[in-house]
Ligand binder design. Structure first.
Ligand SMILES: Nc1ncnc2c1ncn2[C@@H]1O[C@H](COP(=O)(O)OP(=O)(O)O)[C@@H](O)[C@H]1O
Ligand SMILES: [Mg+2]
Length: 281
């Protein structure tokens, strides 16, 4: 995607490369701008470089060539702590992040450490409890909660720091359908309120039903970047990366006229389209 001057960039990768100490080049020539309010699905098979790229966004890795700008500032000039205030990252396993005696303290831990005043901290914690629908568990020890709730706590604990960008690595893995749906609804609401979201997932249905923009990595290179619909319409390119779009896309592409750009992206859209066509007949 070319740079959109009308929108506010929050993370920019400029000719980003990363070569690990053992000489393996995991990222090559990545040019990418994430804008405020984006809801990005980051896609690519295992080993394509997703985690390596994300670690540059939160300062855990530094570019071996090129640069990263975070809210306009060169990331090399910022400490990891400074970056963490702006870029919230939720690891795949929630238990890696949870360690406080109550949910409320867990959510207050980040805000306390990033220098919020007691008033701001209280508001941020209440807001995170409410947004993630866990207010009733505020005084519970996180360790006794079920997996789905612990996952919500780990997301809420990152969210309570009010990061500019919120990155989640496979947030729905291990959750049953209902809990996954609820979590995705919450994430959708955050994005609806203007938060910037980057979601890493192997689940193409999750991508098609939730994200607005798709970014595809293969062998450390950015091979597709566009609206989720544009990305998913590149079935051949996706296939080369072992990614198979949901079957509804193959079906709807098959049924749509070849020049139709707005083919249905998920089952809801497919059904709406079907009803519309039936009514027109
Ligand atoms: N610390 C490391 N040292 C050397 N190679 C690494 C290291 N971490 C990851 N890699 C390699 O970099 C490539 C990209 O890995 P990663 O970013 O974890 O991909 P993904 O998250 O898409 O699965 C893989 O080939 C992986 O083996
Ligand atoms: Mg990974």
């Amino acid at each position: 995607m070319s740079i959109d001057a009308t929108r506010e960039p929050v993370i920019q990768a400029i000719d980003l490369e990363h070569t690990y100490d053992n000489g393996f080049q995991a990222l090559r020539g990545i040019d990418l701008t994430i804008y405020k309010g984006d809801y990005v699905g980051l896609i690519g098979q295992n080993g394509s470089g997703k985690t390596t790229m994300i670690k540059h966004f939160n300062g855990l890795l530094r570019p071996t060539k090129g640069k990263i700008l975070i809210n306009g500032a060169d990331a090399t000039t910022l400490t990891v702590g400074k970056i963490a205030k702006q870029v919230g990252f939720v690891f795949q396993n929630p238990d890696h992040q949870i360690f406080c005696p109550s949910v409320r303290e867990e959510l207050a831990f980040g805000p306390k450490n990033c220098g919020m005043s007691p008033g701001e901290m209280k508001d941020a914690v209440e807001d995170a409890l409410e947004s993630f629908r866990i207010t009733e568990f505020a005084e519970h020890p996180p360790a006794i909660l079920g997996f789905g709730l612990r996952r919500k706590v780990s997301l809420a604990a990152v969210y309570s720091c009010r990061p500019t960008v919120f990155i989640m690595d496979e947030p729905t893995v291990g959750l049953d359908h209902r809990s996954a749906r609820e979590l995705l609804d919450i994430i959708g609401e955050l994005n609806g309120n203007g938060d910037t979201i980057i979601l890493i997932t192997h689940d193409m249905r999750v991508i098609c039903e939730n994200t607005k923009r798709g970014i595809v990595l293969r062998n450390g290179k950015l091979i597709l970047d566009g609206t989720t619909r544009e990305v998913m319409s590149n079935i051949e390119v996706l296939r080369q990366t072992q990614i198979r779009p949901p079957q509804v896309i193959e079906l709807s592409k098959e049924l749509s006229a070849p020049d139709v750009a707005e083919f249905p992206l998920n089952v809801d859209e497919f059904i709406n389209e079907f009803i519309k066509t039936k009514k027109a007949m």
